[in-house]
Design a binder for this molecule. Structure first.
Ligand code: GLV
Length: 390
């Protein structure tokens, strides 16, 4: 039995990833902004929701498949965009995209990915989603949207909650950069994590390839860092959805919605779906967990658009709780990253398989055999949801 097969939970994979991935890149994934209060609340608030157990119903022929934005999915989840995934493991975005393809769910490539849109397109066969950060260099953004279109990306995920970066103390303390600086501390870490180092030496993909080579003023690491730091467009507003959507010519999913009023505005301005998200607790520390605000956002716009959510999902049980509170599906970022760190493409597949098994068994124990029927009737009214009238 391989080490991956022995991993029974996402936390097992997380501990494996911690041992295999250099600290600065493991910490980049496992961190929230400032006190990490919102990061922790995302996980903790799932524990406040309890399932109703129902018995003596026929549990044959169970179904976990559904649709997201009209596309069939093996399970109602998509891989969330995670910056620098190619630093968790060499060619990480390609590996995660391949795992998502094999599993039958969408993969989302971040603007701040290591592997480029073209790298992922060349190494996969199914369309993936592309996450867009709007930067001040509009010609670059227009070219980026055109590149996503040329790569046949099936949706654009427009992130609206990171025009200013919430501070993550660990990244500063660790001196995080991609590619990493060859300090004595990092060289010692490479010797302690030779598998990671060996695979990284075997790839050319070690910097932000959606940007590098596509912006004249960002030719080397320091000019790229400076360009990125000054580029996030502080004037981004609801009206921007329209031109982005027009240029892309496909569905635009607006991510970073944590307020019912913003949800309405996103829909009014053309969002084809929204992602209830606090950026995995990495931005506004002190904001509520995603699961806590999900019901009021579903109440506000659930009949007009698909409401997806992310933040804190570490198990199939968490996924079912999100669906019970009205999400159409969920995005999972850390589940992917921990699996990738634990074992590359096979590790991501193992992570998805763990979630699939948990979802299937839990759904059955709730007396349900079709994931599309999960709803408020599957959970108890409790502190978290009573406010919303369920
Ligand atoms: C980027 O999206 C980050 O959260 O680091």
């Amino acid at each position: 039995m391989s080490a991956l097969d022995r991993a029974l939970t996402i936390d097992d994979l997380k501990q494996m990833a911690r041992r295999r991935v250099p600290k600065q890149f493991f910490d980049y994934v496992d961190s929230g902004a400032y006190t990490e209060g919102t990061y922790k609340a995302n996980e903790e608030d799932f524990k406040k929701i309890t399932f109703r157990q129902r018995v003596a119903v026929n549990l044959e022929d169970r179904n976990l498949s559904s649709t997201l934005l009209g596309q069939p999915v093996a399970m109602p989840i998509a891989i969330a965009p995670v910056g620098s995934t190619g630093m968790t493991d060499a060619d990480g975005e390609i590996k995660a995209a391949r795992a998502a393809e094999k599993f039958g769910i969408p993969f989302t490539l971040s603007t701040m990915a290591i592997c480029s849109i073209e790298d992922v397109a060349e190494n996969t066969t199914k369309p993936f989603w592309f996450q867009l950060y709007v930067m001040r260099d509009r010609p670059f953004i227009e070219r980026l949207i055109d590149r996503a279109k040329a790569a046949k990306c099936s949706a654009l995920v427009l992130t609206m909650d990171l025009q200013i970066l919430g501070q993550r103390h660990k990244d500063i303390r660790n001196g995080l950069t991609a590619p990493p600086r060859m300090t004595p501390r990092f060289v010692a870490e490479m010797m302690a994590k030779p598998g990671w180092a060996f695979r990284m030496l075997g790839t050319r993909r070690r910097t932000f390839r959606n940007i590098h080579g596509h912006v004249d003023s960002a030719t080397n690491l320091s000019s790229l860092t400076e360009w990125t730091r000054t580029q996030f467009d502080l004037t981004l507003n609801w009206k921007d959805i329209a031109w982005i959507k027009q240029r892309f010519g496909g569905p635009v999913i607006v991510k970073g919605i944590l307020d019912a009023e913003d949800a309405r505005l996103a829909v009014e301005n053309g969002a084809d779906a929204i992602v209830v998200s606090n950026h995995g607790g990495r931005q506004l520390d002190g904001a509520p967990s995603s699961i806590r605000v999900l019901p009021e956002i579903v109440d506000a716009v659930g009949d007009k658009t698909e409401v997806l959510m992310d933040g804190g999902i570490r198990s199939g049980q968490d996924l079912l709780k999100a669906l019970a509170l009205g999400a159409r599906g969920a995005l999972v970022g850390r589940i992917m990253a921990f699996g990738l760190g634990a074992g590359g493409e096979a590790g991501v597949l193992r992570a998805l398989d763990i979630v699939r098994r948990e979802t299937d068994t839990t759904m059955a124990l709730m007396g349900e055999r079709d994931i599309r029927n999960i709803g408020p009737h599957n959970i108890y009214s409790n502190d978290l949801v009573k406010r919303q009238g369920y």
